[in-house]
Design a protein around this ligand. Sequence first.
Ligand code: ZN
Length: 249
Amino acid sequence: MTTRKRMHSSPKNYYCDAHFHSSGSGSLEVPGILNGTSPRDWAEVLRLAGNRPGIRPAIGLHPWQLDDAPHDWQGQFQAALTSGARAVGEIGLDKRFAKAPFDAQCEAFAWQLKQAAARNLPVSIHCFKATDPLLRLLHQNPIPTRGVHLHAYSGSAEEVAAFVELGAYFSFHAGQLSPPARKAPAALRRIPPDRLLIESDAPDTLPESINQREYLKLGYEQAADLCDIPLAQLIETVMTNYQRYFLND
Ligand SMILES: [Zn+2]
């Protein structure tokens, strides 16, 4: 049976969502990485993923949640890792929207990165207006041998190469690739095919955003157009990358 025929019979089985969150609408039938953002949602992430083999739970303290994280969040993090978390995320650095001081963000990020590296777990990274500090921390600290995942990549096309050298994977969502956007489409064209992933980042955090799991397919279609390859080829490439990075325990 050809790939085209198999896809026609059951398209939902061929998409995978490299990054989404627990409170999003939409089905949990599409395989994906369900990311936590603070100790408040880690139990829910583990519960939702618990009986769904296609959904992998990731736990992490997001830079937006750092300012009001409980003092024992690191202990809770380690407990969640031993209770079934299969990845670390969402963690990161944000120079624009996070309330926590940047030094504290760097410290929390480096600590969580070390936990992922020690267990060679996939790690999903949020980086906004902080490319240089992120590169520095990735060079100064152990990182998982499988590499890192930069979710909703917002760096420039020129900055892609430095992350590729570190073994990075990159994902984009439909909102980043929709016209008139230019930065993410330009960056996407520089991503080596074996490092590309697609995500929904559902649920939406801004009223005008289209970060819902229903839009995952649109992200695939836009990426296929931008890379000038058939959609079926992109689906296959992304699934291979997803399995190599996230499922290769
Ligand atoms: Zn996210």
